[in-house]
Write a protein of this length. Structure first.
Length: 259
């Protein structure tokens, strides 16, 4: 049985893609770089009607307000970043972090924000720098939840919030089969028919496998609590779209490097 927070490299369903954490990071960086140009079109097909309006609504419901400073982790082409930038307004500030330079290049075509090439497990930013941390549909690409969530807590100010949007496995077999067919077959086929990059198909096939191999929701909530977050909760939309939320306590221990 797979441990509750086992690295993705330990999951047998993903062994066909990589062997070890170093190979996993190289693979995902290459997949996202190659598919960056056609990513947004494929995402619109995958979203099943939950697009920009949904991302804005989630961020608003989770407490993002004008004037806040937000870090968007695994920002990709900026789908969540753009929504956050609209909500924080001219007095706020948004920083986008992603390990793929190709994805960040697409993001910079849409909006002018600070971009940082890095992974969720090692955020090269100071302690208590942000009011809000967001992550959109990338949690299943994180190898170590404890390490990533510890970083989220570290860069948040006391009282700051985290909001993680993710696609999860439906509870029933029929729902799982339909989602798998939609992501692994329908979306790549439509993307190719619409003359999007062929590499999108490779990425979306990997997407389907990572959804099947993803850590279960209860373990995600446990990891958030272990990191030190309070008011931890999960909201589900349409049976597959999850929003994991938490808040950094007002009075939290200060890491030694920030003391």
């Amino acid at each position: 049985m797979t441990p509750r927070n086992a690295p993705l490299t330990d999951d047998p369903r993903l062994k066909a893609y990589f062997d070890g954490e170093e190979e996993r990071r190289a693979l995902t960086r290459d997949l996202f770089n190659d598919a960056a140009g056609g990513y947004d079109a494929a995402e619109r097909l995958t979203a099943m009607g939950s697009g920009a309006w949904y991302r804005r609504d989630v961020l608003r419901r989770c407490g993002l307000r004008p004037g806040m400073q937000l870090l968007d982790v695994a920002a990709g082409t900026g789908l969540v970043t753009v929504a956050a930038h609209e909500l924080v307004g001219p007095e706020g500030q948004v920083t986008a972090l992603d390990p793929s330079p190709g994805m960040l290049a697409e993001l910079r075509k849409k909006i002018e924000v600070q971009t940082i090439e890095a992974f969720a497990e090692a955020i090269p930013l100071p302690y208590a720098s942000f009011d809000f941390v967001s992550m959109g549909y990338a949690l299943r690409h994180v190898a170590d939840l404890d390490q990533a969530f510890g970083e989220y807590l570290r860069v948040l100010r006391p009282g700051g919030r985290v909001c993680i949007m993710e696609i999860s496995r439906p509870a029933g077999r029929v729902g799982r089969a339909l989602l798998r067919a939609h992501i692994g077959v329908v979306v790549p086929a439509l993307a190719m028919l619409s003359r999007q990059r062929a590499e999108v198909g490779k990425l979306w096939e990997y997407y389907g496998d990572t959804i099947e191999a993803a850590v279960d929701p209860a373990s995600v909530l446990d990891a958030l609590r272990r990191a030190g977050f309070v008011d931890v909760d999960c909201h589900v939309t349409m049976g597959v779209f999850r929003e994991y939320v938490g808040r950094r306590p007002e009075a939290a221990a200060v890491p030694s490097e920030a003391a």
